[in-house]
Design a protein around this ligand. Structure first.
Ligand SMILES: [Fe+2]
Length: 285
């Protein structure tokens, strides 16, 4: 086992990536993009078949479709060698991938999880934004699934993510799994739910004072905070949530846990305190 580790202690057969963009379906893509322009400081531009919203360290693509639908999540890998290791891992696990052309990643491949969610991995294009906006790096995306264990197996075996923490109910059933592809506690998570859909996406800001500034910014735009501020148990991050016009939860977070590669996966009870150690939880069931 020891030969399969890098000099940072990261197992060689794990993925190194960061969330780079999300493509969301919306019944009214323009109205939803304009909400993100107001709420999150995006600049919106139109292409032939989509609306692209870009800001510093954050990108969203909107296409027509049903609400609460994740069309694609795009992850940036550091280089082509990392993409090739990923492609080989996907094949070994019995899944497939194909090359795709995207506006935001080059040399990209796309693969599909057992629920039909599409994930793209490639090299980030230089879309440096000089605009002024509060800091908020697109950091994680979370889906709901009727069978989260199946999604976790795909993320670990085919993609090379590492399990950071599970949330477990009284009968031992997995309610939530948090997975990482860097030292950040999670870049992806999956909740157990009655249907397969997008749950939420999150932006990591710099510190607690910036959570205050984001709260003040939302207030100035008359966008009410729907949950928080609070602190999650798994990941230990400070958070607040707002809703977009399609009913998607949007999270702003700070102080997300940095995980040592040797740390074993944790288990948390499915209770309010796990979801929000400061107060009321938001239990999906
Ligand atoms: Fe989150």
């Amino acid at each position: 086992m020891s030969s399969a580790h890098t000099r940072w202690g990261r197992p060689l057969d794990t993925l190194v990536a960061r969330l780079h963009y999300l493509e969301l379906a919306s019944p009214d893509p323009l109205a939803t993009a304009q909400f993100y322009e107001r709420a999150m400081g995006y600049e919106v531009r139109h292409t032939n078949d989509a609306i692209i919203a870009s800001g510093p360290d954050r990108h969203l693509i909107f296409v027509p479709g049903a609400p609460k639908t994740l069309m694609r999540a795009g992850f940036a890998v550091p280089n082509v060698a990392e993409r090739d290791r990923l492609a080989a891992r996907i094949e070994r696990a019995g899944f497939s991938h194909r090359p795709v052309v995207t506006d935001l990643l080059t040399d990209a491949i796309e693969t599909v999880d057992p629920d039909g969610n599409r994930f793209v991995f490639g090299i980030a294009r230089d879309r440096s934004q000089r605009m002024q906006a509060l800091p908020a790096r697109l950091q994680h995306v979370v889906v709901a699934s009727r069978d989260p264990a199946k999604i976790v197996r795909f993320f670990v075996d085919a993609l090379g993510f590492t399990l950071s923490d599970d949330v477990v109910d009284g009968e031992g059933g997995i309610r939530t799994s948090f997975l990482r592809c860097s030292q950040e506690h999670h870049s992806f998570a999956v909740f157990k739910a009655a249907e397969d859909r997008l749950d939420h996406h999150c932006y990591e800001t710099t510190d607690w004072n910036m959570i205050r500034d984001w709260g003040d910014h939302m207030a100035s735009e008359h966008i009410p905070i729907q949950w928080g501020p609070g602190r999650h148990g798994p990941g230990n991050n400070l958070f607040l949530f707002v809703h977009d016009p399609d009913g998607n939860w949007v999270e702003i977070s700070a102080e997300l846990e940095i995980v040592d590669h040797q740390r074993p996966a944790g288990r948390w009870p499915h209770e309010q305190r796990t979801l929000n150690s400061w107060g009321q939880g938001l239990l999906r069931s």
